[in-house]
Design a protein around this ligand. Structure first.
Ligand code: HXC
Ligand code: NAP
Length: 285
């Protein structure tokens, strides 16, 4: 799987990725570094961030600033912006990627469990967005937001209800600010990934035997999960000036998964050819 954008597409640009020390954030960050970006990664665990920063710098030769920041704490986000400006001068793009999630019947959740997931996803995204947006607007600087949601942001989904509520809010934020802040030359877009294997998601959403019982690849029309580079290509495009006229969009990258689950007759893929032959005969053809 190869990178898609021209080399050096991000030369001179600085991109901040929340939750950038692990999983998809780390993969997207790596590709941005390969394209010449300066990278800022944040999350709660400084030791994880430092390890990732050293690894990515060694692999790509790029520059990575790692700053611990809980996205639910506004002053910590302001500190990230300050440290970024000290190190790189400015921020050009923000990738709101940090999230929390677990599976549970909703009636088993405490109100604190609900809070914790919604706060990381929705409050974390609007705090980061507000802090970066105010910074860009006061400096009359253009900027781009890219928010990671999920397809159940618009379908909803049982057993991950706090996450679905949070992601739906992030989608509303994306579309609202795409219009309101366009006058400041600030774009907002979102990506809705289907299943892309990561330790963080798989350990929480497919724990223990569930991973064998519910192999996500089997539900997907393309019969496979996503490759991190496929997501990184899309993210880099949406953060780059190549997408300068794309604003307020959510792009799904899921191999056709969510549409299949809504299609009335999608299950007919289980009908073998011999049965179709038989049905055709019964129709008298
Ligand atoms: C029910 C749970 C729970 C679980 C925690 N809680 N885990 N309730 N089922 N599995 C409850 C606790 O009982 C507690 O409530 C409250 O949540 C807070 O728990 P803590 O452990 O104190 O929280 P914390 O240590 O901050 O952990 C946050 C977390 C954790 C969200 C619970 O999973 C985390 O840190 N996640 C970050 C990374 C992550 O989730 N990545 C996956 C993203 S994948 P009480 O009332 O007891 O105090 C993703 C993919 C979506 O989003 C789409 C896939 C296709
Ligand atoms: P992941 O590795 O667990 O990433 C989540 C990141 O968020 C972690 O680095 C975590 O770091 C950080 N985080 C959690 N709470 C935080 C907080 N309060 N403040 C700051 N950072 C926080 O999982 P992933 O699969 O890569 O998920 C990345 C994004 O993709 C998420 O938005 C997720 O919803 C989305 N997504 C994933 C999939 C998939 O199949 N993997 C599908 C659809 C959407 P700390 O714990 O160190 O804080």
């Amino acid at each position: 799987m190869e990178g898609m954008l021209k080399p050096n597409s991000f030369n001179g640009k600085t991109i901040l990725i929340t939750g950038g020390g692990t999983g998809l954030g780390k993969s997207m960050g790596k590709y941005l570094l390969e394209l010449g970006a300066n990278l800022v990664i944040t999350s709660r665990k400084k030791e994880v961030l430092d390890k990732t920063a050293a690894e990515l710098e060694q692999q790509t030769g790029g520059k990575v600033l790692a700053v611990a920041c809980d996205v639910r704490k506004y002053e910590e986000i302001e500190n990230v912006l300050k440290e970024t400006e000290t190190r790189f001068g400015k921020i050009d793009g923000v990738l709101n990627n940090a999230a929390g999630n677990f599976i549970s019947p909703t009636e088993r959740l405490s109100h604190r469990a609900f809070d914790i997931v919604v706060d990381i996803i929705l409050k974390g995204t609007y705090y980061t967005t507000l802090a970066a947006g105010k910074n860009w607007i006061s400096k009359k600087q253009p900027g781009v937001f890219l928010n990671i949601v999920t397809t159940y942001a618009w379908t909803g989904s049982g057993y991950v209800v706090p996450s679905a509520c949070g992601k739906a809010g992030v989608l509303a934020l994306t579309r609202s600010l795409a219009v309101e802040w366009a006058k400041y030359n600030i774009r907002s877009n979102a990506i809705a990934p289907g299943p892309f294997p990561t330790e963080g998601a798989w350990s929480r959403l497919l724990p223990g035997e569930l991973v064998k019982k519910f192999d996500p690849a089997l539900r997907i029309p393309l019969k496979r999960v996503g490759d991190h580079q496929e997501l990184a290509n899309l993210a880099a495009y949406l953060l780059s000036d190549y997408s300068a006229y794309v604003n307020g969009e959510v792009i799904t990258i899921d191999g056709g998964e969510w549409l299949k689950s809504g299609g009335e007759f999608s299950h007919l893929e289980m009908v073998p050819n011999e049965m179709w032959d038989m049905l055709e005969k019964m129709r008298g053809k």
